[in-house]
Design a binder for this molecule. Structure first.
Ligand code: GLC
Length: 394
């Protein structure tokens, strides 16, 4: 199979146009909407060969930015699309997703040198990161909070089980019921983050904050390019503050863990989240050595015959076919690949890239995969595998 060709073809097939807006749906049958972090992945994959489509993807996202700067995680461009949730907002969800959008914009700039595109998107980008820093961190402790597991992008991850009060063997249906209940509660709080966090779901998630850190660094580059030195200082200051706060509050026994509640109780469930900080250079080189060699590539826990398990095989919640409860996903693979390359783990990065390619060869572009057998699950013609384009090229 010519994976690169198939990946480009899939991005084209999943492309949709509504009025003046062009975007890509993650999967035509399962996910017929525009999603925030998915669109960032699409833009990263598209940037190298179809930068105009990558720009359109981000413009569509920004067109639905909230007054307060939030970018919603789902946009229902077409009426009648299936909705599981009632948000109380017109045409979009009222939650957000990991803030990858500066990274995606910067990838486009690096490929095109299109300064006008950066100038055009800059105010929206800045408003989004300002929103996260102010509204999602009301106590000024420099970690941003999520108000629902869906905001992590890992809806059913067991690292949120204790907060949702569900057992390790919770069924998918029961899990969805709990999250819908939470949306109801969030709606009753008008999605006011401070209220939602203090009353219902208060999590400082490691991947979300790692992605924020990396994106603040990039916002610093963007501000510098545009000669906005106050903004550049703001971004670099907050990058340092987030990094320090993660170390102070989320670091234990050589790894980062997400936390819950006002006193930062650590959620010590072994998930791939502990490796996400590699993406943002948050581990010191000697820490990264042991995190990568002893933990990530340990076959007893995370490293499987087909790539990285999203949950350690030793966790009671581990299911090789569980949605974010152990199965292998392409976006985590991509984040890990990028982190490993940046730290100089070239051989390990190649292992992840090769495992990703082998999964696509074996089972096609699926939503997630069984790490023990390579079998594909969930949505078909799912776009996350197109991130392989960014791994092959790099
Ligand atoms: C699933 C994933 C989420 C993704 C969405 C659309 O809900 O958990 O991360 O954004 O599908 O692909």
């Amino acid at each position: 199979m010519d994976i690169a060709r198939e990946a480009r073809k899939l991005l084209e097939e999943n492309r949709r146009v509504t009025g003046d807006h062009q975007y890509t749906v993650p999967s035509g049958d399962h996910y017929p909407y525009q999603w925030l972090w998915d669109s960032c992945f699409h833009a990263i994959a598209l940037a190298s060969f179809e930068p105009e489509a990558a720009k359109a993807e981000l413009r569509s996202l920004f067109s639905k930015q909230f007054m307060n700067g939030m970018l919603p995680h789902m946009i229902y461009w077409e009426p009648g699309a299936l909705h599981k949730y009632e948000w109380g907002t017109a045409g979009t969800s009222a939650l957000t997703q990991p803030p990858m959008v500066a990274y995606a914009a910067w990838e486009i700039y690096k490929r095109t040198n299109d300064r006008a595109f950066i100038e055009e998107t800059y105010p929206s980008l800045l408003r989004f990161y300002h929103y996260l820093i102010s509204e999602r961190d009301p106590r000024d402790h420099h970690l941003v909070g999520i108000i629902n597991p869906d905001e992590s992008g890992e809806d059913d991850s067991p690292r949120f089980d204790a907060v949702l009060n569900v057992p390790p063997d919770v069924s998918a249906a029961e899990h969805l019921r709990r999250r819908l209940e939470l949306v109801e509660a969030n709606r009753a709080c008008n999605f006011d983050a401070e209220l939602c966090m203090s009353r219902h779901f208060w999590v400082k998630d490691v991947p979300f904050n790692s992605i924020l850190a990396k994106n603040l660094e990039i916002m610093g580059h963007i501000a510098s390019l545009l000669g906005n030195h106050d903004d550049e200082n703001f971004c670099m200051l907050h990058l340092g503050l987030v990094k320090d706060a993660m170390r102070e509050r989320l670091f234990a026994d050589g790894m980062f863990y997400s936390s819950t509640g006002q006193d930062y109780k650590l959620l010590r469930v072994e998930t791939w989240a502990g490796f996400a900080p590699l993406f943002a250079d948050l581990y010191k080189p000697e820490e990264a050595e042991s995190v990568v060699r002893e933990r990530l590539f340990d076959p007893e826990t995370f490293w499987s015959p087909h790539g990285v398990r999203t949950v350690s095989r030793r966790e009671p919640s581990y299911r090789s076919d569980g949605f974010w409860r152990g199965s292998t996903w392409m976006a985590p693979h991509w984040f890990l690949y990028k982190g490993l390359v940046a730290y100089g783990f070239a051989k390990e990065a190649a292992q992840i890239r090769n495992a990703s390619a082998a999964l696509i060869e074996q089972s096609g572009f699926r939503e997630h995969y069984n790490p023990e057998t390579g079998e594909g699950y969930g949505a078909r013609d799912f776009t996350w595998g197109t991130l392989i384009l960014d791994m092959i090229e790099a």
